[in-house]
Design a protein around this ligand. Structure first.
Ligand SMILES: C[S@@+](CC[C@H](N)C(=O)[O-])C[C@H]1O[C@@H](n2cnc3c(N)ncnc32)[C@H](O)[C@@H]1O
Length: 227
């Protein structure tokens, strides 16, 4: 799936990757940085921390579709500044090369120390858990979603698969059941899209589902909390 990937610019000036084989970008063409910040950092991580009330010192995130690592970088930068320990696992079936990961231009959006450590260590995260800052651990599971196994449950799931029109199997009841087993009770699932099928699948899995305002270019997104 990694043939002829191209770095392209989105409407907010931030870059994304276009995958010609899938015919789809890794982020919204309306703005990669805006989407990542709105859907995952603000509506996912910050929402979870506010909902949890007490000052949390540790948070765990599972991302489906790690890609460039933009969602990870924004979350790691935020947690490092707030001195919150972040335990982050990304699932990625087709990891980018280190070279492509270093060419996204995402150094502009996070601290220089985090970026340099990420670029240096990214290939190692594909085989073992690595520490990037004093507050941040990363591991990337190089497998397809349905092959991912873990004893761990996470506080937050960032679901960032290609759109349902391009990869319907990532959004069906089987994929959702597999994903939600890794979410703690009270944990938060966020994704940039919302469909009737997705809402029904998550409700059937015992989640409380809500429509939240979408990132630029999308009216709504989905957030779910596991009962
Ligand atoms: C929309 S892009 C993710 C963008 C990413 N979160 C980022 O910020 O760059 C979808 C990602 O899912 C990955 N992917 C495709 N099929 C997958 C599968 N079956 N299991 C896990 N990841 C998959 C793709 O390689 C791609 O990196």
């Amino acid at each position: 799936m990694n043939h002829e990937l191209k770095i392209i610019q989105t409407a907010d000036g931030s870059n994304t990757i276009y995958n010609p084989e899938v015919g789809e970008n890794y982020h919204s063409r309306h703005g990669a940085l805006q989407e990542s910040t709105h859907v995952f950092l603000n509506s996912g991580l910050k929402y979870f921390l506010e909902k949890s009330g007490a000052e949390l010192t540790t948070v765990s995130i599972l991302e489906v579709g790690f890609g460039t690592g933009l969602n990870f970088l924004l979350s790691a930068d935020f947690c490092t500044k707030k001195k919150i320990n972040l335990d982050y696992t990304g699932i990625e079936a087709y990891p980018l090369t280190g070279e492509m990961t270093s060419q996204t231009g995402y150094d502009q959006y996070v601290s220089a120390a985090l970026w340099q450590q990420f670029i240096a260590d990214y290939p190692n995260a594909l085989t073992a858990e690595i520490s990037l800052t004093a507050y941040c651990q990363l591991q990337i599971a190089n497998c397809k979603l349905l092959n991912f196994q873990s004893d761990q449950q996470y506080d937050i799931i960032y679901f960032d698969a290609f759109a349902v029109a391009y990869q319907p199997e990532m959004w069906d009841e089987i994929a959702m059941a597999h994903t939600i087993q890794f979410l703690k009770p009270g944990g938060v699932f966020v994704t940039y899209a919302i469909t009737g099928n997705l809402k029904r699948a998550l409700k059937a899995l015992g989640c409380m589902v809500e429509k939240a305002p979408g990132a630029p270019g999308k009216r709504e997104m989905l957030r779910a909390v596991k009962a």
